[in-house]
Write a protein that binds this ligand. Structure first.
Ligand SMILES: Nc1ncnc2c1ncn2[C@@H]1O[C@H](COP(=O)(O)OP(=O)(O)O)[C@@H](O)[C@H]1O
Ligand SMILES: [Mg+2]
Length: 298
């Protein structure tokens, strides 16, 4: 676990984001990225000089979780990375993906957000297969792959249902399958489990870990919940508010047990409290401050 000062965030190889060149290629680099919404006296700084480097680790992706209070710019960071307006392009600073300036949305980046972005008029199977259809994959082939993915996310038997017939947790499984089936090298998840019941949320965390192990992609996972961030993350980026900044990177062990087991281990409890304390110091007037799940709400 490493504490670092603002502006010198560490990256996978232990170097700082502004540090010496590394032998590993870069997957994502944010260099002093600032986003201001609006102009004049009403202008709002969403994020200020956010810098980090994530390296392209051969055959093993990383899980980067981003945690921080509401409004600190988590979604802004993710949406800039996804290339989605109005967050993209940033007001200043540079973003590179695979060493090239980031442009609009691309096949190398897949986004899952809190609103289950399913197509309501399509059945589960066609929702999962939708991206393959856009890529011109034949109907038989895309349905075969989609059936596999429906199974992997535990929804066998629901292939012919419409999204409205599914619970929130099931809809989010469909959204995850629809993204992972395309094997994006970078998976962006914006509070994907934020609207789920606590128990279902833990199941989804475990499922995500299982699926991601097979994928070799790097995941950026935004969450309010310190416990979710620590469970899932190889590295937790802590953001601070007014203006949104990246202030700390914490390394955490890979999850090798279900979340309800890992959450009881002493190192996990200690790290949770340490992170919560820092988050509470950032927002001393938070009405939710004081409990381990203080930041778990949507
Ligand atoms: N489209 C937008 N237009 C204007 N302000 C925005 C927009 N999106 C976000 N903001 C502002 O930028 C700040 C960071 O927002 P956001 O990235 O959504 O935070 P978080 O995801 O951490 O809750 C907030 O103050 C928010 O009001
Ligand atoms: Mg957000």
């Amino acid at each position: 676990m490493t504490d670092s000062v603002p502006g010198s965030l560490q990256s996978a190889g232990g170097q700082t984001s502004q540090g010496a060149p590394s032998s590993l290629p870069e997957l994502v680099r944010f260099q002093k990225v600032t986003k201001v919404f609006g102009t004049g006296p009403g202008a709002k700084i969403a994020i200020s000089e956010v810098s980090f480097v994530v390296q392209d680790l051969p055959n093993v992706g990383e899980m980067i979780t981003i945690v921080g209070p509401s409004g600190c710019g988590k979604s802004t960071v993710l949406r800039i990375l996804a290339g989605l307006p109005p967050h993209f392009p940033p007001t200043s600073g540079t973003v590179t993906v695979f060493g090239k300036p980031a442009g609009g949305p691309g096949a190398d980046r897949g986004l899952v957000d809190q609103k289950y972005s399913l197509l309501p008029h399509l059945r589960v199977l066609d929702n999962v297969a939708f991206g393959l259809m856009l890529r011109g994959v034949s109907r038989g082939e895309r349905h075969a792959q989609a059936r596999e993915w429906v199974k992997k996310v535990g929804l066998e038997g629901s292939e012919m249902k419409f999204p409205a017939e599914l619970s929130g947790g099931m809809q989010q499984r469909v959204a995850i399958a629809a993204t992972l089936i395309l094997h994006p090298r970078i998976i962006l998840m914006d509070e994907p489990f934020g609207a789920l019941d606590p128990k279902i949320r833990l199941h989804m965390q475990e499922l995500l870990v299982q699926l991601w192990r097979e994928q070799q992609s790097t995941v950026f996972f935004v969450t309010h919940s310190v416990e979710e961030a620590l469970y899932l993350g190889d590295r937790v980026y802590r953001m601070s508010t007014r203006p949104g900044r990246l202030v700390e990177e914490v390394e955490a062990p890979r999850p090798d047990e279900p979340p309800e087991v890992m959450r009881k281990q002493s190192w996990f409890v200690e790290m949770t409290h340490d992170l919560l304390r820092k988050l509470e110091e950032d927002v001393p007037s938070s009405p939710h401050a004081g409990t381990p799940d203080a930041f778990a709400g949507p």
